[in-house]
Ligand binder design. Sequence first.
Ligand SMILES: [Zn+2]
Length: 365
Amino acid sequence: MNTFNKSIFTILVLFIGFLSVNVNGAQYNNPEEKYLTVYFFDVGQGDATLLVGPDFTILIDAGRHDRNNVEPYLRQIGIEEIDLLIGTHPHADHIGQFPRIIDQFTIGEIWMSGDIHTTRTFERTIDAIEEHNLPYYEPRAGETFNYGSAFIEVIHPQYVNGDLNDGSIVTRITYGEIVFLFTGDAELRAEDEMVHGDMDIGAHILKMGHHGSRTSSSYQFLNAVNPEIAIYSAGIGNSYNHPHPDVINRVKSMGITIYGTDINGSVIVKTDGIIYETAVTSSDVTADHLFLHFSADNYCGEIVCQDGFVCHQGGCFRPVNCEENPDLCNEENDPLCVDVECAEGTVCYEGSCLIDCNQLPDACI
Ligand SMILES: [Zn+2]
């Protein structure tokens, strides 16, 4: 089954299941409950990836130091607590907004690579960790962890030596049967170590190293990971010329589907642990335009629904006439919001909990 067919299948399972529960009169609380959703946020020239599962929340990196775009994404999704915050390495395009995230959210544990840096961003991050007395750990290759239903294998580094990129924490995260590999800014030397190490680095979805730079994503590494999907994070028109065309061509020539945040906006992968779907949010809006960015129609571009169903917000569902079936809708005549409970400061809109600008005006600037 190719990715496109997987997408349709997953979405139909999700929404048909949701509707049948409602028709039977049972309580419907959270359609995402059994799913892992991975958000590869468009944060410009930087990295921020959020994993939201039924019993775990993991944030890998948090964007650039000169932006404030990660907290709004998290607020929009309704995140209040992060079980595990991973700083792959201390560069300011990865831990840039850590001080703010640590201040604003309840963090269970933080992992850093162990390399140190002389920047103000790094100092402020360490200060925030100390101020909040966060459990701190420097994981090493070969260690494994269970975070709820997520299984985390640390693939790299074995040790750090001051080369910040090649010291990146690389994690292989398995949910059900679906495997993700997150590589930070690991470059060729680190890739070579992983290829020749004794750990399985195969993955369905690869977060490409170092923003698609040609200092990463060697043929040998891609071949060993053998992903179906590869995703890089890079800013439009960035001064580093990331991603490199050679890398893009290499990935495409290997038959791997590629997404980039500069082209596709935030990229979302959702899985039930057996199959997965992908969605891209936009190509022409910046990360600052959050509500546009996650607007419904952007999810439906490549989705074809079967007869009797329509695509809305990336899902195929039967249209509901709220006047005839008021119990299937909320008071705003929104069937996607019936029985959805949103956290304080957010309101349900078309099935998602969005920031309520009346309650949180600062979050809507
Ligand atoms: Zn970077």
